[in-house]
Design a protein around this ligand. Sequence first.
Ligand code: G3P
Ligand code: CA
Length: 256
Amino acid sequence: MALKPLKQISFKRPLIIAHRGYRAKYPENTLASFSAALDIGVKMIELDVMLTRDRKMVVIHDATLERTTDGHGQVNGYTLQELKALDAGSWFHPSFAGERLPELEEVLDLVSDRTLINIEIKSNAYEPHHPSDAIERQVVELVRRKKAHAFVLISSFEWKILDSVTSMETPPAIALISKYPAESDNVKHCIKLKAFSWHPNCRELTYDQVKTMREQGIRVFPYNVDSREEYQQMIQMDVDGVITSAPPLVSVLDPA
Ligand code: G3P
Ligand code: CA
């Protein structure tokens, strides 16, 4: 049976989206963090992806290694094999020593069809000439190979990456992320890209902005909704879901 693409899937509002996994309690963007998010029953996992020196897809937020590993320098200055030797858990807590930076494929294999996955392609991985192994092309190819269209949402702050995704054959659903929700181009881009959803910074969001997007049929999932107060504010604004580092704090999910 053909799987439904994400665009055709209905979900219960608000959708709880685990930001870099269960980031409040686990080292972000690691298999431990994603496993913990799955265990507490989140409905979507968010992660960040960029390219290594040998142009493999690695899951990490920063362009540099210092904050979340014991390495130094630029992520794209190292091969995947070199990055795999780093410790991506001890910085958070000694009990996570030995956690590794995952490849995107490892996360897709871990999550499989257990929940939805929001793959954020970082802006600094953008290449204006879109080479055949550009990151967005590799992500779409991997999703195709894994037959994961029904589970994957590709997001980015960089609308040109999303534009490139939508120009490919059978593109997965896409989402625009906006640090500044008030910029009028956000609405224009989301409509042009036929975005599944819009992911604005919750600290700058207004009720009218939510209403405008929802009237266009675009779902609104604000990010960094990390406290009960912010969650309540977002629910009052009638958002469709929240991206949070602390899923149990903002929802009825049980703490791990
Ligand atoms: O998906 C929204 C959010 O993840 C964007 O911000 O910096 O945490 O990747 P950042
Ligand atoms: Ca992100």
